[in-house]
Write a protein that binds this ligand. Structure first.
Ligand SMILES: [Zn+2]
Length: 128
């Protein structure tokens, strides 16, 4: 029973922490939040800023983010662009970009990491 609680906690606590951080930061944001299809994200705006990422970086798959916000990754753009634009093309090919994005990056990848952690803990439990 303790292991089940531990395993579920490992799955849920990062999400809880993410919500706590998000909701703690939200009241401190002064700029107009980005809204799309009736949903307000409340994190970052749609305005172009050279100082920080905004939804422009996400919505315009141009080099704006690479020029102003990703200086440390510049030597790796030849590799990361293939992966980044590959995922974007994959998501658009599903005709449901947002859902595909959430399923892959918010559900499946996190479940995979969670599975690996639980598997690692299980191996440690068996060997001790
Ligand atoms: Zn950016």
């Amino acid at each position: 029973m303790k292991k089940a609680i531990r395993n579920i906690s490992i799955l849920l606590l990062p999400f809880l922490l993410m919500v706590i951080v998000h909701e703690s930061v939200r009241p401190t944001i002064k700029e107009k939040p980005y809204s799309r299809k009736g949903f307000t994200t409340a994190m970052n705006s749609l305005s172009k800023s050279k100082k920080k990422c905004s939804w422009i970086c996400h919505n315009q798959t141009t080099a704006f983010c690479e020029v102003y916000h990703s200086h440390h990754l510049k030597p790796y753009f030849k590799i990361t662009d293939i992966v980044y634009f590959g995922f974007i093309s994959l998501f658009y090919s599903t005709e449901s970009y947002g859902l595909a994005n959430i399923l892959l990056f918010c559900v499946l990848s996190l479940l995979f990491v969670w599975y690996c952690i639980i598997k690692s803990l299980y191996i440690q439990d068996v060997s001790s």
